[in-house]
Design a protein around this ligand. Sequence first.
Ligand SMILES: Cc1cc2nc3c(=O)[nH]c(=O)nc-3n(C[C@H](O)[C@H](O)[C@H](O)COP(=O)(O)O)c2cc1C
Length: 503
Amino acid sequence: MLDLVMMEQRPLILGLSGSLRNSRFGAGSKKLVSQLSDCRDELELGALLKREAYFCVEEFLEAGKASGLSFDEIYRKYQGRRGDRGLSNSEVALAAGLWGALRGGARVEHISLDSVFGNRSSSAGIVQLREKLIEADGILVSGPVYFGDRGSLVQDFIEFMRTDPQVRSHLSSNARRKAYAGISVGAKRNGGQETSLIYQLLDMASLGFLVVGNDAQSTAQYGGTGWAGDVGTMAKDKYGLTTAIGAGRRLSEVVSLLSSGFHKRAQVRPRIGVWVLQDKDGKARQTTEDTLFGQRIREAADIGIFDFTGQSPRRCIACDICPTDFGPDEEYRCIIKNPEDLFANFHQDLLGFDGIVLVGYSAADVSRVVSVYQRFIERTRYLRRGDYALSNAVVLPLVFEEVGARDSLSLRMLTSMIRHHTVMSSPTTINIWNGQLLNTSQAQASVDQFIADCRLLACGKQHQESAAASPQYNPIGYSLSAEKARQQREQWSAGRQAAPLNS
Ligand SMILES: Cc1cc2nc3c(=O)[nH]c(=O)nc-3n(C[C@H](O)[C@H](O)[C@H](O)COP(=O)(O)O)c2cc1C
């Protein structure tokens, strides 16, 4: 009985597969969850995924064997299967992600979007999807890349959330916030997995989800990225499976923080850093300070506004040893020591925030714009490689944008900051026409939600002390850094000194 109660308290992650080749639905979805729960390690998971992926190949061949049928007819026969065995490519990746989420301590369930919106659609499917969406603490969406973007099943799902009154009101009013992570599988190595994930991140954030990528143990990027074309081939893409597992694990970490934050509800005063990085005539800074983060917000949170536009960050020198040393976060460990450098001067001021707001101004005529944005972002490399010093901060991209401006700033803020192992909230744009700010009250609502999210996560972090320690940076793709990190960690553990927690 106690076990059952404990089970129910574990956050729920709903896995949604958006492939036209979906193999699992109905009882097959339940069977998948139980098969994943039985896998004790990655070896067993790998064996399961290979076996199930191979069913798809066999069945595909079986459907067309000696029949002389056209490809379309074979495909229709192939789709008429039972739904309790086999896995399409993006389902293989989703299964890996759900396994990561299970290992991270979440409960998981699976729904095939094909059975809701596709060939097997039914009104019962819609009812079940709505109920499960409302119940879930997080969603993990996996689908194939079609033309550098998601497919129509995932699009139908997004449209459903945008238009269904119950889901909409739940997403916009629920104090218990939901998180999202994505997985995308394409036939080409660079076939658009990242573009589709980024569009999806943006749309999910706009719908009211807090969005995360894959975790630090994998690559801390945009989610799971699989490389597979023909049916049955995804199980061979080890790197892709690693990122998919990492996406599920990261999602489970964050839903667990959100859920403990919600249940404990302590009076926490979040610390917020507001970094102004691009401005015109001081307008972004002034509106941010006087209006959006004015007196009412300052009563609810500790707000530090830093106008960095007058500073001079030196360029990153892309060294192989970043950061220079193994040490605590508080120590400035970038190789650039120029006394005029922004980071050398402000390093301490950039740390310890529950929430970070990046502020920028996009002008139609850029002649009076002052920007340190790109240099600032490239220099934050030492914070990322210094074991994710900004980990688990909630990030709000806030852009003041004149009609006619074209510099994609809010999207770039999202794609750069998520790589700091953060939790992203919806990029917020204040439109400007003839000097008039058009939607300040909408932006104020985003800021209010952001403060509430920072409080929720800060409270969750307080109750899960392990989450306060930032995760170890894994130098995937950098053998020099990997070797240096190995040697330095060995020196620490050989022990003149115990390794600091946040080193
Ligand atoms: C209409 C269509 C468009 C596609 N576009 C792309 C693409 O832009 N980039 C890519 O890498 N693969 C593309 N693919 C290949 C699929 O993404 C790939 O086969 C994937 O493994 C399918 O996953 P699934 O088995 O879960 O359906 C496309 C496939 C189809 C049917």
